[in-house]
Design a binder for this molecule. Structure first.
Ligand SMILES: Cc1cc2nc3c(=O)[nH]c(=O)nc-3n(C[C@H](O)[C@H](O)[C@H](O)COP(=O)(O)O)c2cc1C
Length: 409
């Protein structure tokens, strides 16, 4: 099957091709933590490049809980116009746009100055970098209910603003993923223990959203195929979660892997298990797909057309998710379609410190997003040190702006 055949979602709507831009946090919100002109321009560029589905960078469902400064927050319709323009720009060339909605839980930078909450009081373990994160306070039962309602409300607003769907972020060690993992979830109540309990919040969020939106509005989930941490969320857990999600009317499950503590989504699993150099999670996905009745998308490491085709040729895989390569070249889908052998690649980072290398990787990709958002061409040759430094400076100012905004509200 070609990457350029249409795909009909369970909701009956069609995607023009099998290529999806996976979520990438852009840090391009304006001073109201709403979509900025730059963010809107960035999605216009991806639309022009021909990708069939754009999943936005994660949008925060609670202003007090941010994955980083410069993040888009969606709690009400005060910024409706900017959200509508964002959706419209993304859809301008016939592709769909789904908003990714997220709550960071304990993966929130300490210098944002907020109280950090999580399923349990388990602090982040990032060696010398652990103090970048405040040890979390355990969520109360009422607060868990509030989190669920916030996800549902954000999804309903996304529908109102013209997005074609939402993706619930339950991967990469953020709050819903913290609930799923026995390492971060030590609860003794109905939210912890068995995989049914650990998945309860995710399941309730999915059910709540599906009940609140039109049947044609796509609802998707991103989960880890595994956490790549001993004693963490395992592949068997992932299979069990997929089985629980099967009957809930989802349109897509995206499989990724890892967290801040073990960034497998960047191609390196800390526990020493070898991952493929490209299409990192394909083997896991092949196995997990055997129990799924919902279409599956695999993301991670895909930058060559031949690999994308191999992913799509895999039994049970319907869509190919691409993040980094589409930041480096928003026109990749059209170029592949026209037969060009484009292979966007960043410079290799040769640093020994794994945490710094991971931060530099993110910074190098965000550097591209920033350039495209300004109408400039990406620059794959940017040095890790330069991108990281620029990112740190930007983070400093965005953090100040966020804290000011929180004081005003
Ligand atoms: C700069 C950057 C920001 C990201 N932000 C998000 C995000 O907001 N939500 C998410 O689910 N994944 C996020 N990811 C992970 C990607 O969606 C993807 O899973 C990962 O980068 C592996 O795919 P790739 O090798 O094609 O980049 C981000 C990745 C990068 C590089």
């Amino acid at each position: 099957m070609s990457l350029f055949t249409t795909f009909t979602l369970p909701n009956g709507l069609q995607l023009p091709n099998r290529l999806a831009k996976a979520a990438m946090e852009e840090n391009l919100a304006n001073s109201d933590q709403a979509p900025s002109e730059q963010l809107i321009r960035l999605y216009g560029a991806w639309a022009t490049g021909g990708v069939g589905l754009m999943i936005t960078g994660n949008v925060m469902v609670d202003r007090r809980a941010m994955t980083g400064p410069g993040g888009v927050v969606l709690e009400n319709d005060a910024q409706a116009v900017q959200f509508e323009r964002w959706a419209k720009a993304a859809k301008s060339n016939g592709g769909q746009v789904w908003m990714q909605i997220n709550h960071p839980g304990r993966q929130m930078p300490a210098n944002l100055g907020q109280t950090t909450v999580a399923p349990s009081e388990v602090p982040m373990d990032l060696g010398n970098f652990s103090k970048q994160f405040t040890p979390p306070r355990e969520l109360t039962a009422n607060e868990i209910e509030d989190v669920k309602n916030r996800f549902i409300h954000a999804a309903a607003l996304a529908e109102k603003f013209g997005f074609d769907g939402v993706q619930i972020h339950a991967a990469h060690g953020y709050l819903l993923s913290q609930f799923l993992s026995p390492i971060s979830n030590k609860r003794k109540d109905q939210w912890g223990g068995s995989i049914e309990n650990r998945a309860r919040l995710l399941v309730n969020v999915v059910k709540g959203i599906r009940a609140a939106v039109r049947p044609q509005f796509a609802v998707a989930v991103k989960i880890n195929s595994a956490d790549f941490q001993r004693g963490g969320f395992s592949e068997d857990d992932a299979k069990a979660v997929v089985k629980m999600l099967n009957p809930l009317g989802l349109d897509l499950i995206e499989l990724s892997g890892g967290s801040y503590e073990a960034p497998a989504m960047q191609g390196s699993a800390r526990d020493g298990r070898t991952l493929a150099r490209e299409a990192y999670f394909l083997e896991f996905a092949k196995d997990i797909a055997t129990v799924a009745t919902v279409p599956i998308m695999v993301t991670g490491g895909i930058r060559r057309q031949a690999v994308a085709e191999q992913v799509l040729a895999t039994e049970g895989i319907s869509l190919v998710g691409i993040a980094t390569a589409l930041a480096l070249n928003p026109n990749l889908p059209d170029e592949w379609k026209q037969g060009q052998a484009s292979v966007p690649e960043l410079r290799t980072i040769k640093w020994n410190n794994k945490v710094l290398a991971s931060l530099a990787y993110m910074a190098m990709v965000k550097y591209q997003l920033n350039r495209v958002s300004q109408g400039r061409d990406p620059n794959a040759q940017v040095s890790p040190a330069f991108a990281l430094l620029q990112q740190q400076v930007g983070t400093f100012f965005r953090t100040r702006q966020y804290r000011k905004w929180m004081m005003q509200e």
